[in-house]
Every structure is written in structure tokens, then in C-alpha cells.
Ligand binder design. Structure first.
Ligand SMILES: Nc1ncnc2c1ncn2[C@@H]1O[C@H](COP(=O)(O)OP(=O)(O)OP(=O)(O)O)[C@@H](O)[C@H]1O
Ligand SMILES: [Mg+2]
Length: 365
């Protein structure tokens, strides 16, 4: 599916905006502080139930307003909505007008990924963002992963509670066994997915970073020592775990590292190359999600001009054209979007839509 219409109410400086999107390419231009990132943030919020730039919803609602609302109508005639009321404190989620309780229901209908100028710092700043990224892919690509993931989450919590409350060794051993079984289930799914991601990544790197495409490798660590059983590792960690009160090893500790000629990638490539790498990785994941055909991924790219020279923007335009997904990209200067416009209008001049934002007001070119 793609987004046909986006409605935004009281979201940052966007008072009441209605955008009719192009199914393929949407370009948003505006000065600093005009509201470009806020439009992307609204789409992201709808898909994830949270923002990519704050953990506090109070920062998002327009100053002096009590509620924000975002909803979309999709090409497949599905409507999705999210609203947060700051008096009742209720976060309301709706699918086709019906209230639902679980955020994960939204994710069954929409898969939104974003690349911003800050993404690389976040992605390489610590494992949290890498874990979130990989599990988002798994959620859409691997059948039943979300159920296995929530089951593991419950077992992880239960085992940590046992460690904190110093329960009998029989009880701890029961939860440890279950925790290990589900850790292994997630580890197998993730290893399999990362193999697929590596293959797909090479294809997108060959467009975006052709000189490095066969030199960049993904290394997956599952959350406990290779060649060892997690049960044995837990046994060994047991005394320490009782002191700290949490599980030291397990599937929650998985990570992915990226290397270029065996060196950590983040230490050896330039800022522009970092952005191109993250775009390639995001495109690879979007392609894997798209192939499953459950949902069509939507790709948000904030500030296309930042860090990318004309050659890189031309490569990005080629990658966008090769990806069969809806893209929403922002730029401060219209000229930064020229390669994207040229590429998308090769066969048809109506192959994109341009929006201009000024002080939170959106107009169409
Ligand atoms: N809760 C809020 N209520 C009202 N306005 C807000 C709120 N939070 C942020 N703003 C304002 O919204 C405006 C739009 O911010 P946004 O980050 O979307 O701009 P932008 O177009 O992406 O700018 P840049 O090119 O600098 O990235 C800013 O001027 C900001 O001060
Ligand atoms: Mg911005």
C-alpha cells in the first residue's frame, strides 16, 4: 500500500494539514524551521507510536493545544489513525475507524523507515538502534516473529524478576530453560534474516557506494558466546546475575557490526559515505519487506541535500527509481532535489509531487 492522504492536526508547527501524496515520490521543500521534519515525524509516529526525535509526546503537540491527531488513507482503502490527548492522557489508535489496543496492529498495515542526517550517529552510537532496525525488518519479513519476540520479552522479564527476588533454584531453572529456548528461536530467525540482508545490501551498495559494495560485511552476534549453549552460559553467569538482578546473556543482547576490509565501518568512511551506507542498508531492508508483500514499505529521507554531493544524489535518485516503494524526501533547497526529479521524470513528467512548506503551511507546486 501507499499513503494517498495524510491529515495532521496540532503536530508541532503543523496546525491542520492535509496532503495528497503521489504513490511513488513526494518531495517537500522549505526553509529551516518550516515544518519538513515534522511532516516526516507525523508519518513515523503513526507507524511506530513514537517519534524518531523525542521520547516525550508533550514536545510534539502544538504549544497550548491539548491533543494531536495523525491519520492516513491508503491506496488499499485502509485508514489508520493515532491521537494523543493530554488531558485524558489517552493514546488512541484506530484501524478503519475501529479502536484497537495494540500498537503492533498498526505495524501490520504500515512499514515506515527513516534516514535523517542524525541516523548514522544513532545507528553507530550503541546497539539499541541497530537492534530496533533489525527487528523491524524481521517483524515484517519473518512469519510469526512478533509473537516469538513478545513471548521472549515476557520470559526475559520473568527471569529477571526471579533473579531479583532470589527464588528457589528449581523455579529459576524452569524460567532459564524457557528463556534459553526462546533465545535460540530468535537467534535462528535473526541469523537467517541477516544472511538475506547481506545479499540484498550488496545490490544497493553497488548503486550507492559501488567502490565499496563487495567490501562491506555484516557480522551478527546472537547475544551469547558462539559455540556454546546458552544454558551453560547462564549457569556460569548465575552468581553474578543474582547480584546485578538481570540476565547478562541472551537474545536481548544480540548485535550487528559492520566492517570494511575488517575495520569497523564507522571509523573508516566519510560522513557522506556513512549516509549512503545507511541509505543502502535501509533500501535493502525495504526491498526484503516489499518482497513479502504483506505491506509496502514507505521510506522517509530527511534533508536529502545534507552531506551528499551531486554525484551521490544522482546515485540516490537511481536507487529510489529501482525501489518499488513510496518515498517522501525533504530538502531545504529545491536544487538539491534536481537529480531525483530528473530521474523520476525520464518516462513520465507526472511521476512525482512537490510540496512547499512555509511556517507550517503546506502548498503544492
Ligand atoms: N510543540 C511545538 N509546537 C509548535 N511548534 C513547534 C513545536 N515543536 C517544534 N516546533 C517548531 O516547529 C518548527 C518546525 O520544525 P521542523 O523540525 O519540522 O523544521 P524543518 O523544516 O525540518 O527545519 P530544518 O530545515 O532546520 O530541519 C520549528 O520552528 C520548531 O520551533
Ligand atoms: Mg528538519
Amino acid at each position: 500500500m501507499s499513503v494517498e492522504q495524510l491529515n495532521i492536526l496540532n503536530f508541532r508547527n503543523l496546525a491542520n494539514s492535509k496532503l495528497k501524496f503521489h504513490p511513488k515520490l513526494n518531495l517537500i521543500v522549505g526553509e529551516n524551521g518550516s515544518g519538513k521534519s515534522s511532516i516526516l515525524e507525523a508519518i513515523f509516529y503513526l507507524a511506530h507510536g513514537k517519534s524518531f526525535r523525542t521520547t516525550k509526546a508533550e514536545h510534539i503537540v502544538t504549544h497550548n493545544k491539548k491533543q494531536f491527531v495523525v491519520n492516513i488513507h491508503s491506496s488499499s482503502k485502509v485508514s489508520l489513525g493515532i491521537s494523543k490527548d493530554f488531558i485524558s492522557k489517552i493514546l488512541e489508535i484506530k484501524v478503519n475507524g475501529q479502536r484497537i489496543n495494540k500498537l503492533s496492529e498498526l505495524a501490520k498495515n504500515i512499514a515506515v523507515q527513516i534516514v535523517t542526517p542524525e541516523s548514522f550517529k544513532l545507528f553507530f552510537g550503541g546497539p539499541k538502534e541497530r537492534r530496533r532496525f533489525i527487528d523491524l525488518g524481521l517483524f515484517h519479513v519473518k512469519h510469526d516473529f512478533s509473537n516469538k519476540w513478545s513471548k521472549f520479552g515476557k520470559l526475559h522479564k520473568q527471569r529477571n524478576a526471579c533473579l531479583r527476588h532470589k527464588v528457589t533454584s528449581a523455579e529459576l531453572s524452569y524460567w532459564t530453560d524457557e528463556f534459553c529456548i526462546y533465545s535460540q528461536i530468535l537467534a535462528t530467525d535473526r541469523a537467517d534474516y541477516i544472511d538475506k540482508l547481506q545479499d540484498e545490501l550488496v545490490k544497493w551498495l553497488s548503486i550507492l557506494l559501488p567502490k565499496l559494495s563487495d567490501k562491506i560485511k555484516i557480522h551478527y552476534t546472537r547475544g551469547w558466546s558462539a559455540n556454546r549453549k546458552l544454558v551453560d552460559v547462564c549457569l556460569e553467569n548465575n552468581e553474578r546475575e543474582k547480584i546485578v538482578g538481570y540476565s547478562i546473556s541472551g537474545a536481548h543482547k544480540f548485535d550487528v557490526k559492520f566492517t570494511l576490509n575488517k575495520q569497523p565501518l564507522d571509523l573508516v568512511i566519510s560522513r557522506g559515505q556513512q549516509k549512503l551506507f545507511l541509505l543502502a542498508l535501509t533500501f535493502a531492508q525495504a526491498k526484503l519487506i516489499e518482497q513479502v508483500k504483506q505491506v509496502k514499505p514507505i521510506l522517509l529521507i530527511d534533508d536529502v541535500g545534507a552531506e551528499l554531493d551531486i554525484g551521490s544524489r544522482t546515485s540516490l535518485a537511481k536507487a529510489i527509481a529501482a525501489l518499488e516503494c513510496q518515498v517522501v524526501a525533504t530538502a531545504i533547497n529545491e536544487i538539491d532535489l534536481d537529480p531525483l526529479i530528473q530521474q523520476s521524470t525520464v518516462d513520465n513528467k507526472d511521476n512525482y509531487k512537490m510540496f512547499h512548506v512555509k511556517h507550517g503551511e503546506i502548498s503544492i507546486e
